[in-house]
Design a protein around this ligand. Structure first.
Ligand SMILES: C[S@@+](CC[C@H](N)C(=O)[O-])C[C@H]1O[C@@H](n2cnc3c(N)ncnc32)[C@H](O)[C@@H]1O
Length: 340
């Protein structure tokens, strides 16, 4: 297996051992001056003599995201040399490539752990699994799934976003991972792609596990129903699907009276009042959204969920309500596990 240091993301600038020589940067996100300021700062910190403390000048950059990205690009490669017990975390990408409404290194690592655990709990065999990840983004669930692929397993990531598929193809080891671009339309992610629905280019009955993290939460009723049937088609008999939703059930109804305007969540850091699904998504009886563009965030009600499961022939075997409902949860969104 090739290791992630071969990935362009962590390619080192040859020569020397200083922090400067190890900087990786994107043209898009960082200026040379910020890099040189904080590399000086870090070099100073690394060589500081405790008896001769210097007063260090902070970098002049004030945009918190830029400062974060800069520190991240220096911290992550160092952290990855330091990982001891969780091998798959070495595959974590740098901040510009972290997706899904979660951008902090710690948060990505935490989310990898949550989904690795849920996969472990529900996979029949712990090794040599074939995993299909829909809406893979930059591969967070590919990292979570790595321990369960083993010698003969394989992970396939599918996404409508071409640039994420290109990133993943470069970043992940080719022996165990492959990625496919799905050339279909999504109003938020791929407004320029014309096709409404295309089946996945994968055989029937061929996967032990299908996953989708924060993907059915961006699908309209028609798309959600169509691809839920695709999940059933590609799963092996007895195979499982692990999919997240905003499920508009009793927990959600109860949360409505708890939500306070202007306050962040009890267990998450986004506004409580943001997650109120009061508008029908394109006049659906089952799918509801929070704002004007439904695909930004769509929830499904109990009736819709039952109909979708029945039409696809999938049985729900586990449900972990999410903390977006202002209750303690395994994750932010609701996590459901289905079986064929
Ligand atoms: C919120 S992001 C989540 C990405 C990733 N799963 C994560 O959690 O980091 C939603 C992803 O779903 C993808 N997507 C939207 N509609 C899709 C569809 N019909 N098929 C496959 N991917 C889709 C988007 O391109 C985007 O990468």
């Amino acid at each position: 297996m090739s290791n992630s240091w071969n990935s362009p993301v962590y390619r080192l600038i040859p020569g020397g051992n200083s922090v400067d020589s190890k900087l990786w940067f994107t043209k898009k996100t960082m200026s040379n001056s910020i890099i040189s300021q904080s590399s000086k700062l870090i070099n100073k910190l690394l060589s500081r003599n405790p008896r001769n403390e210097e007063v260090l000048e902070p970098p002049v950059e004030t945009d918190p995201q830029k400062i974060y990205q800069e520190l991240d690009s220096q911290f992550v490669p160092r952290d990855q040399e330091y990982i001891k017990r969780t091998k798959n975390l070495r595959l974590l990408p740098l901040e510009p490539f972290r997706r899904g409404g979660k951008y902090s290194y710690a948060e990505w690592s935490h989310v990898v752990g949550i989904f690795q655990t849920i996969m472990y709990m529900h996979l029949e065999n712990k090794q040599n699994n074939r995993v299909l990840d829909i809406g893979c983004g930059t591969g967070i669930l590919g990292i979570a799934a790595e321990p369960f692929l083993g010698e003969s397993g394989h992970y396939v990531g599918i996404d409508v976003l071409k640039e994420d598929i290109e990133f993943c193809t470069e970043h992940f080891p080719k022996e165990t991972y492959s990625f496919q671009h799905l050339d279909v339309h999504n109003t938020v992610y791929t407004p320029e792609q014309a096709s409404k629905h295309l089946p996945w280019d994968q055989p029937d009955n061929s996967f032990d596990l299908v996953t989708a993290l924060s993907v059915w939460t961006h699908m309209t009723e028609e798309t959600a129903f169509y691809y839920f049937k695709e999940v059933a088609r590609v799963l092996k008999p007895g195979g499982k699907a692990l999919i997240t939703f905003f499920h508009l059930d009793d927990h959600y109804e109860k949360s409505l009276s708890l939500r306070k305007e202007g306050e962040k969540g009890r267990y998450h850091m986004t506004p409580q009042s943001r997650w109120v699904f009061k508008n029908s998504a394109y006049e659906s009886k089952y799918f509801f959204c929070v704002g004007k563009v439904p695909e930004n965030a769509i929830g499904i009600n109990v009736e819709g969920m039952e109909k979708m499961q029945n039409e696809a022939g999938l049985k729900r075997i586990a449900y972990y309500p999410g903390n977006w409902k202002e209750i303690p949860g395994a994750y932010f969104q609701d996590v459901m596990v289905f079986q064929k």
